[in-house]
Design a protein around this ligand. Structure first.
Ligand SMILES: [Zn+2]
Length: 70
């Protein structure tokens, strides 16, 4: 019967980072209002999303001199 507890925990989707997170004891009184997985997300901090930086550069091939020569 191991793992049953975890499976029974309700989950929600974080409004900020979009990841699902499980119920926590500290949210016992507030679960209905919990919308974010962490304080960081609730404060709206930028999520460290593993963006493919190299791909982004290849998508937007900008010469480095454009901005500085302005
Ligand atoms: Zn989050």
């Amino acid at each position: 019967m191991r793992g049953v507890k975890k499976a029974n925990l309700p989950t929600k989707i974080c409004l900020h980072c979009g990841r699902d997170f499980a119920w926590r004891k500290k949210w016992a009184r507030d679960w209905d209002h919990v919308q974010y997985c962490s304080d960081a997300c609730r404060k709206g901090r930028p999520v460290p999303v593993p963006l493919p930086v190299q791909n982004a550069k290849s998508i937007l091939p900008k010469p480095k001199g454009v901005g500085s020569s302005y």
